[in-house]
Design a protein around this ligand. Structure first.
Ligand SMILES: NC(=O)c1ccc[n+]([C@@H]2O[C@H](COP(=O)([O-])OP(=O)(O)OC[C@H]3O[C@@H](n4cnc5c(N)ncnc54)[C@H](OP(=O)(O)O)[C@@H]3O)[C@@H](O)[C@H]2O)c1
Length: 182
């Protein structure tokens, strides 16, 4: 299994976006964005849902895009897959001819988070909590019961290994790992 890492930014009340076209670039802190792009550049492939891909379409990026409505290589470095037909262990073999997948950066949205957590395939989570409230929007997980983003991960078996504050506004940057790795 490759090393799959999730990077997610949330509001303080546990949302990843107000709506499907509301990208973190429009509300996340400069410090979060710098870390986000460092993670993107360090990974072999990014894995995301169709809406996340389309909200920040980058033609030159190595991306695996989850969609039940379209599949196949849509660009030379972008493979669309139906996640209901595959497992996390299948992904490296499907992209190896373009670039080996040793480190995969999982970028959401909600049902992509569900999929990787259900598979217990994440080795690490970088959770950034911004000091803003959306009051409504897209949750981190489909069946999320709490508005506290850290509790949402703790409830799914992830424990904090490091926490730091990124700026004077109070942006929290938290690294979590599964308490029961696969
Ligand atoms: N704050 C953050 O860190 C963060 C993270 C991620 C996304 N976002 C933002 O959130 C918004 C998009 O999130 P989203 O939750 O609406 O969408 P998304 O996961 O990016 O896309 C949803 C679509 O992807 C496919 N899909 C994803 N997971 C699937 C699964 N497990 N099974 C089957 N199909 C699956 C489906 O496509 P089909 O309809 O084609 O089947 C589904 O309609 C964007 O604005 C994005 O910028 C923010």
């Amino acid at each position: 299994m490759p090393d799959y890492t999730l990077a997610v930014a949330t509001s303080a009340d546990g949302f990843i976006a107000r709506a499907a076209d509301h990208t973190p670039q429009s509300w996340a802190s400069a410090e979060e964005q710098a870390l986000f792009f460092a993670h993107v550049n360090a990974a072999d492939w990014a894995i995301m849902g169709r809406n996340t891909h389309l909200a920040a379409d980058k033609a030159d990026r190595h991306r695996i895009v989850f969609s039940t409505s379209m599949q196949g290589w849509q660009r030379a470095t972008q493979l669309w897959l139906d996640p209901t037909q595959i497992t996390a262990a299948d992904l490296p073999g499907m992209v190896a001819g373009i670039r080996p997948l040793n480190s995969g950066l999982v970028l959401g949205g909600t049902r992509v988070h569900d999929w990787f957590v259900a598979a217990n395939a994440l080795s690490k989570v970088y959770l950034t909590i911004e000091p803003i409230h959306f009051h409504d929007g897209l949750p981190i997980f489909s069946d999320q019961k709490t508005r506290n983003p850290l509790e949402a991960f703790r409830a799914r078996g992830y424990g904090v290994v490091r926490e730091e504050v990124l700026n004077a506004a109070g942006t929290r940057y938290i690294t979590l790992c599964p308490e029961h790795p696969e």
